[in-house]
Design a protein around this ligand. Structure first.
Ligand code: SF4
Length: 398
């Protein structure tokens, strides 16, 4: 991917499943019109799926997930189930390829069960139709699904398949808008982005860039300032801004400077709505009141980045939490794609804004926490609450 491409987390994720010789790689080549060598960059991890950024028309930019290592020969039992679940947690659509020569086995039936459990829509494909002399309907009855016939060798059915992929990929794979749905054309948003030692050199971070783009897409205006320039920016405006959006770490300074009649929120709170479910996080935050010293708390960040001296996840949030409970907590940190299985042992999960996860994956983390009755909040909701401004910073969404 180049820097100008649609970010991964904003692309629909399409996972391709099938047995070893069913033709997964040739299907990927046929629908992308390219010879793509899908080789895992991580040597020795044969069950790791391979992710590739693609453009499939008419769908557009997407991520194809080749599950080559998770087939009936390559992976056994529990490991296959685990790997399949991990892929499905981020998949918006599953494509199941059947080879008529191999027929339908428990492997395909187990996969259909997993798709169903995870609520992932499926397109079932009968490959090698050029060699098939039987009745498709018999296979469809056995599978319990319609089969779309294709031949990756002759190209038969490939164009129709691309149309089907576009039709079956849920349009809500990402929440439509970060903030634009609450703005009118011409509205002015004042954005506060501290440029401190934690800021990457020479650029804004992804949630800030995406929010600006969303404001522009809705024909509203964005005025971006550092917190130190906020008083001057406010003084220069003839009208108060429609909305102020700040980095959550500057809540205290910004909320003191902004008149309470002006709506205020943060990038991270916007992402609680965009990537997850703001309402359930606002419920989850109440758990902070019941925490006791010694309780287990999970702090999760969806990417790995260089930790700063006063890092939000490892220093600031633990400090605020331990001050709140009046003692030491048992805090565990997870970052990147690693995430614990034993969620039930935690009393609270504090998650980052998840800009690098797609919405499906973040919702799946949320659902897992809810299944185990573990409250989950994100950094923005947590910091707004700790600053006593949660109601104020979420009022615009009511
Ligand atoms: S820690 Fe989370 S919110 Fe921050 S950049 Fe990484 S994925 Fe995005």
């Amino acid at each position: 991917m180049s820097i100008n491409d649609t970010p991964r987390a904003n692309r629909p994720h399409i996972a391709i499943f099938g047995r070893r010789n069913a033709g997964k790689s040739s299907l990927i080549n046929a629908i992308t019109g390219q010879e793509i060598a899908l080789v895992s960059e991580q040597a020795g991890t044969t069950t790791d799926p391979v992710y590739k950024s693609m453009e499939i028309l008419p769908l557009g930019p997407c991520i194809l997930i080749d599950t080559a290592g998770i087939d009936d020969e390559g992976t056994l039992g529990q490991l296959r189930v685990k790997k399949t679940r991990e892929v499905l947690e981020k998949s918006d659509l599953a494509i199941l390829i059947i080879d008529p020569a191999l027929g339908i086995s428990n492997f395909e039936k187990d996969l259909l069960h997993s798709f169903d459990q995870q609520g992932v829509p499926v397109l079932a494909i009968l490959n090698k139709i050029d060699l098939f002399t039987g009745e498709i309907v018999e296979l469809e009855i056995e599978l319990g699904l319609n089969l779309h016939p294709v031949s990756t060798l002759t190209g038969e059915g490939i164009e129709e398949l691309k149309e089907l992929i576009a039709q079956h990929t849920p349009s809500n794979y990402t929440q439509e808008s970060i903030i634009g749905d609450l703005l009118s054309p011409g509205d002015l948003c004042l954005l506060v982005t501290p440029i401190d030692s934690a800021a990457p050199r020479g650029r804004l971070i992804l949630p800030q860039v995406q929010t600006i783009r969303d404001i522009l897409d809705h024909n509203a205006q964005a005025l971006v300032v550092k917190e130190t320039e906020l008083p001057a920016a406010l003084a220069s405006l003839k009208q108060p801004p429609r909305l102020v959006i700040t980095d959550s770490q500057a809540f205290k300074e910004v909320s003191a400077l902004i008149d309470s009649s002006i709506p205020l929120t943060s990038f991270s709170i916007l992402f609680a709505r965009y990537k997850a479910d703001l309402k359930s996080m606002m419920e989850g935050i109440k758990a902070v009141e019941n925490l006791k010293p010694g309780d287990k708390v999970l702090i999760a960040e969806a990417c790995t980045h260089h930790r700063q001296e006063d890092d939000i996840g490892t220093i600031k949030i633990p400090r605020l939490l331990e001050k709140q409970v009046g003692g030491k907590l048992d805090i565990n940190w997870y970052s990147g794609s690693s995430y614990p299985e034993d969620l039930e042992s935690y009393k609270l999960i504090v998650h980052c804004g998840a800009c690098m996860l797609n919405r499906k994956q973040m919702l799946s983390r949320l659902r897992k926490a809810q299944e185990k009755n573990v409250p989950i909040v994100n950094y923005g909701v947590f910091l707004a609450y700790m600053n006593g401004i949660l109601e104020r910073t979420t009022a615009i969404f009511q």
